[in-house]
Design a protein around this ligand. Structure first.
Ligand code: SF4
Ligand code: SF4
Length: 404
């Protein structure tokens, strides 16, 4: 595991442990620390120890300077934005390290910077095929094991807390937000499409998802071992990188449309294109936690007032103020509506029987799913690619000639 991955993981886990402690879940915090230390010790990997110590020191200093950050009393919108930016920065550094590793391989130099395995998160088809191999054959892939881990944990977030992954962690969603803001500096109007066009556009992402699922589902089970041990799969990450670095005309047009959609309307990429968003949207219907409006407290019903602050705050353009439960597949659990609501008890992110998840609770849940599972996977030997460097170095010289 690279230093960037190790440090991000440790910072996120120590931070969530601190939030657990300050939210009164002392036993939860103790269990989290015990799991963290046990998993770290079992790896016998010194950079993880170092990052554990550095992260604990950093959170300790943060607690001294800005205690509201480590006890979770910071405004939820600020917390979300900082978490999103830090994760995006981490992914940017991961991308730079991945590129440096690939350039050294291409030049025939044994890389002194390791390949960050978390980059396999960008191989959702490989991850899906690996999960299929595990379920049908009990076969665990050794070339890109992190792809299956990342896909599993992202799906888990969808099942438990709607599209919180999109709203709190995805770097592409954040990039789209900046594109949208940039466009708004020059063209102020919202440019929202009419409803008759919005719906078919939203279905585009489901079409893309259907295409990806088709590839995974129709791959014959008997051919899975051959595929997973084949040269194409061994360098699927490099193939993906090459696709983005040297796009053809059709790909460039596709990129142009994606960028245009992201700039055109807020969350345009998440809403219309992203197949990950589509998958999470479908799973989110099963999530026990939803934004729920309590009509006994909402100003509309309780005082007969006119209020739509929650709806105006929603980046996904959901009519929050007219519904009791937000079931929409576009809800990213961003909690902007809750922050905007003037009546504290009127809006909650809760289960049907009233179990609430505060902003602090959502961060803890997300951090534990997104980072504790990779740590356990790493300590169990199911994270780091076992493809020998010499083989990757050989295959990268023949990248264009290697097909499925
Ligand atoms: S309904 Fe609330 S939590 Fe869901 S996307 Fe809109 S503002 Fe965010
Ligand atoms: S912002 Fe709060 S009070 Fe106003 S409509 Fe929404 S839920 Fe009701």
């Amino acid at each position: 595991m690279s230093m960037i991955e190790s440090l991000t993981l440790m910072l996120a886990l120590i931070y969530s442990t601190s939030l657990l402690y300050w939210s009164g879940q002392k036993w939860g915090a103790i269990a989290s620390v015990a799991t963290l230390v046990a998993a770290t010790v079992s790896t016998l990997y010194w950079p993880l120890f170092l990052c554990l110590v550095l992260a604990a020191a950093a959170i300790g200093v943060l607690g001294r300077l800005w205690p509201q950050w480590v006890n979770g009393e910071q405004r939820i919108n600020t917390q979300r934005e900082v978490i999103q930016h830090l994760l995006a920065l981490s992914m940017l550094l991961v991308g730079i390290q991945f590129a440096a590793n690939a350039v050294m391989l291409k030049m025939g130099i044994t890389p002194w910077l390791m390949r960050p395995d978390v980059g396999d998160a960008f191989l959702p088809i490989a991850g899906g095929i690996e999960i299929k191999a595990i379920v049908t054959l009990g076969l665990w892939d050794q070339n890109h094991p992190a792809a299956a881990v990342m896909l599993t944990l992202v799906l888990l977030t969808g099942l438990l807390c709607k599209r919180a992954f999109c709203g709190w962690a995805c770097p592409l969603g954040l990039a789209g937000e900046y594109l949208y803001k940039f466009r708004k500096r020059f063209i102020k109007s919202e440019l929202l499409p009419p409803k008759w066009l919005d719906w078919p556009l939203r279905m585009l992402k489901y079409l893309l998802l259907a295409g990806l699922l088709y590839i995974i589902i129709t791959m014959p089970t008997a051919s899975l071992p051959q595929y997973l041990n084949g040269n194409y799969h061994k360098i699927a990450d490099l193939k993906m990188a090459l696709f983005f670095i040297t796009p053809g005309l059709v790909t460039l047009i596709g990129f142009g449309i994606i960028l245009g959609l992201a700039a055109w309307r807020r969350q345009g990429f998440c809403r219309y294109i992203c197949p990950y968003g589509a998958l999470l949207g479908l799973l989110s219907f099963l999530s026990p936690f939803k934004i729920r409006r309590n009509t006994e407290h909402c100003l509309i019903e309780s005082r007969g007032m006119s209020c739509d602050k929650c709806t105006r705050a929603c980046p996904a353009a959901i009519n929050v103020h007219t519904q009791a439960n937000i079931r929409s597949d576009e809800c990213q659990a961003c909690m902007r509506c809750i922050s905007a609501c003037p009546k504290k008890e009127a809006l909650q992110f809760s289960t049907r029987n009233g179990i609430q998840l505060s902003g602090r609770g959502l961060i803890i849940m997300l951090m534990i799913i997104l980072f504790m599972l990779p740590l356990i996977a790493y300590s169990s030997g199911y994270w780091v690619s076992q493809t020998p460097t010499e083989i990757r170095m050989y295959l990268i010289q023949h990248l264009n000639a290697i097909g499925h």
